[in-house]
Design a protein around this ligand. Structure first.
Ligand code: TYD
Length: 211
């Protein structure tokens, strides 16, 4: 599950997992950065507004968290035959660090290169992007909390416009894997759109339809 901060990704990940549970589909839910003890420690470092780091260090830290997560959580779950629902994965790095931090000298190519060894070729069967305009995301974040947000959330409108453009590019580049869902509307509306995307995947894979 991907999208800019404030897109409703956490709510929609909850809804998706509820639906999988109702359908009796065995799954785990996990997230990045985090998901392992080392990953959680890296997450705290990455999101603390008091942390200062170079853009390249930020790319490597997200990738380090991912390397742990893939080997200690995702692959073992897949080996047990579980569906893995992951709140953010490598596309988040491509768009946040690659596109978002392009003015600081980062690029999608560099971020993909660094992440190659971290993911060892493991890509999702389906990446769902919850797409909403940056302005709406900002309004939602402001309504949710009076604080100025974590280190990444503080980066401002121009940063998030680049991230959103990056998400659109990723969707256009990998249409067989990535679906962009309109995130404007009620949580129920968006949950239905996400479920449609997931159902299409299971049908494509030759599994019994989920609905
Ligand atoms: P997220 O869990 O979506 O935030 P929250 O729990 O506050 O809703 O993600 C944490 C932040 O990390 C978010 O701003 C996106 C950012 N991020 C990256 O910049 N690169 C990455 O590779 C990942 C996984 C997340």
């Amino acid at each position: 599950m991907e999208g800019i901060d404030g897109c409703g990704k956490t709510t929609q990940t909850d809804r998706l997992c509820d639906r999988l549970r109702q359908q009796g589909i065995a799954h785990i839910r996990t997230r990045e950065p985090g998901g392992t003890p080392i990953g959680d420690a890296i997450r705290a470092l990455l999101l603390d507004p008091a942390t200062e780091m170079t853009p390249a260090a930020e790319v490597y830290l997200y990738a380090a968290s991912r390397a742990e997560h893939v080997r200690k959580v995702i692959l073992p779950a897949l080996e047990q035959g579980l569906v893995v629902v992951c709140d953010r994965y490598v596309d988040a790095s491509v768009v946040y660090q690659g596109y978002g931090m392009a003015p600081q000298g980062m690029s999608p190519e560099f971020v993909r290169e660094v992440n190659g060894p971290a993911i060892s070729g493991l890509l999702p069967d389906l990446t769902v992007i919850i797409d909403i305009p940056v302005k709406l995301a900002e309004e939602r974040l402001a309504a949710r909390s009076a604080s100025r947000g974590d280190r990444i959330e503080r980066r401002g409108t121009a940063f998030f416009e680049r991230v959103r453009n990056g998400l659109h590019d990723v969707c256009a580049m990998f249409p067989e894997r990535v679906i962009s869902v309109d995130g404007v509307g009620t949580a129920d509306d968006v949950a239905e759109r996400v479920w449609n995307a997931v159902s299409q995947l299971t049908q494509r894979a030759g599994n019994p339809p989920c609905n």
